[in-house]
Design a protein around this ligand. Structure first.
Ligand code: G16
Length: 518
């Protein structure tokens, strides 16, 4: 059957509800899982075209990450593990929103606009999270792939970063690693074990970490990974999905926004805990201090810890590389001040969405990027990696520089940089850094003091009436909104506030920070 006839026939099994329009949001389409069947089928078609265009394998992950269990969504992964470009996001929206009778026309338009060679082979790797709707929706993706003559490979339950890793390994013919989940465990664990060999005085107690798996896929995968870590880290896993509901009163988003510990976790005062989100691409850390106060170490604190460590090792190695930290409007003002004034690193601010941060970080030798919500990673340019490698291999390198170069090399391997953020990989990196630097979580927390801050979600009739500029730090519409914010902000020292429409939930997000809180 000619491909378009098959699309016509198959799409009638995945019909689009008339009039339903969805926007490609911060990380792809996301809404209640009941409304996504046609979107998933069409994202299967879309992935085939993207694969033909790039002559490489594309990933499609069925997940709604931090959203509640009843939601679902889709993240499309480009050949090198990155997210698709803005132009292709536009095509995805056109395909998802074409009425049933217009689907073939939308498809042919895209093929023509991008001059896609339809005889080129297409391969799509598909993964899913643990939501109850994910199995049905990932089948819809695969139906879309086969309707347009593509080949799909189902990786089943995987974290989003694992699918990014597998796509990148496959497309680099194994250069990035072995393209399997086991290959992922081996690569990261080996790098972690090598790194922590440098933590000379680390006691068994210091190797202990409590992990909140958000009742999601991250919990399952961390359990699978444990044996590869060979007791180099002692993990107690909570919210492993055996009874609680996904992201409900737990997980990285809950902890960050509510600024309190997840339910279902028991940690003694002073001990480290961390939370993953629903697809394990975000992580935040915390502990309770001696006065029983909950202390959160979010993406800003993570970026500071990692950049402190990397900067120190680059100096010891004698490597003069350009390093920057990329943040968003949510970054706590204290973190930005500390990075710029004390650490003297370049800091840049972008719009929300790791795809934006990733892009800016690519402009540096070492680009550390984290959103305050715990989503981020570190990018090393090819020339930075080459210089580190040469130094580590050169027999005339002195001992101190060699040790630093080896630490940097193993850090590169433990950081799953092709993923735009990976909770498991970031957890291992943080644990290794704390062990190597002999640092407690309290000492890490004391690097700088967060300005008190709050984040709220507000439900409005149409969140799209809010337009923003200046990396979402100022509202341009509706008229009068920014002036009202300004007049409140100027009454308080070190105050800052902004509003922006969420790209993953049907809410407006409101952020405020100031020197003091009442
Ligand atoms: C996604 C994006 C993140 C973003 C978050 C919230 O995270 O990947 O970059 O910060 O949504 O976005 P918004 O404020 O627009 O709703 P995740 O972990 O849910 O995929």
């Amino acid at each position: 059957m000619a491909p378009f006839e098959d699309v016509s026939k198959q799409s009638s099994f995945h019909p689009k509800p008339k009039g339903l329009l969805l926007q490609y949001g911060t990380a792809g389409f996301r809404t209640n899982g009941e409304h996504l069947d046609h979107v998933m089928f069409r994202m299967g078609l879309f992935a085939v075209l993207r694969s033909k265009k790039t002559k490489a394998t594309i990933g499609v992950m069925v997940t709604a990450s931090h959203n509640p269990e009843e939601d679902n969504g889709v993240k499309v992964i480009d050949p090198m593990g990155e997210m698709v470009t803005a132009v292709w996001e536009g095509y995805a929206t056109q395909l998802a929103n074409a009425e049933q009778e217009d689907l073939l026309t939308a498809l042919k338009d895209l093929i023509e606009k991008e001059t896609i060679n339809m005889s080129q082979e297409a391969n799509v790797f598909v993964g899913k999270d643990t939501r109850s709707s994910s199995a049905r929706l990932s089948q819809a993706v695969m139906d879309g792939v086969s309707a347009l003559g593509g080949h799909s490979k189902d990786f089943g339950l995987v974290t989003t970063p694992q699918l990014h890793y597998i796509v990148c390994c496959h497309n680099t013919q194994g250069n990035y690693g072995e393209p399997t989940v086991e290959g992922y465990y081996r690569k990261l664990s080996e790098a972690f074990i090598q790194l922590t060999k440098n933590a000379f005085n680390c006691t068994d107690d210091q190797k202990h970490l409590s992990v909140d798996g958000a009742n999601g896929i991250g919990a399952l995968k961390l359990r699978e990974m444990e044996r590869h870590l060979k007791k180099s880290l002692h993990i107690t896993l909570y919210n492993d999905g055996s009874k609680g509901k996904l992201n409900h009163q737990c997980g990285a988003d809950f902890v960050k926004v509510q600024q309190k510990a997840p339910s279902g976790i028991e940690i003694n005062p002073g001990e480290r805990g961390c939370s993953f989100d629903g697809d394990a691409d975000r992580i935040v850390y915390y502990y309770t201090d001696s006065q029983g106060r909950f202390r959160l170490l979010d993406g800003d604190k993570i970026a500071t810890l990692i950049s402190t460590f990397l900067k120190e090792q680059l100096t010891l190695a004698g490597l003069d590389l350009k390093m920057a930290v990329v943040q968003t409007a949510y970054a706590n003002g204290s973190s930005t001040n500390y990075l710029e004034d004390t650490m003297k690193v370049i800091v840049q601010c972008t719009k929300t969405g790791v795809k934006h941060l990733h892009h800016v970080a690519q402009g540096f030798d070492v680009g550390v990027y984290f959103e305050a919500n715990g989503h981020g990673t570190v990018l090393f340019s090819k020339s930075a990696k080459d210089k580190i490698h040469q130094l580590a291999e050169n027999p005339s390198t002195n001992d101190e520089a060699k040790r630093a170069a080896l630490l940097l090399q193993n850090s590169v391997n433990v950081i799953n940089e092709k993923t735009v953020g990976d909770a498991i990989s970031n957890m291992l990196l943080i644990e290794a850094i704390l062990a190597i630097m002999g640092m407690t979580i309290q000492q890490w927390d004391a690097i700088y003091t967060d300005l008190p801050n709050r984040q709220l979600k507000v439900k409005v009739a149409d969140r799209r009436v809010i337009g923003t500029t200046d990396a979402e730090r100022r509202a341009v519409s509706p008229a009068g909104l920014q002036e009202a914010i300004d007049s409140l902000v100027k009454r308080h020292p070190k105050a800052r506030s902004f509003v922006r429409p969420s790209g993953t939930e049907d809410v407006v997000r409101v952020y405020a920070e100031a020197e003091t809180q009442v």
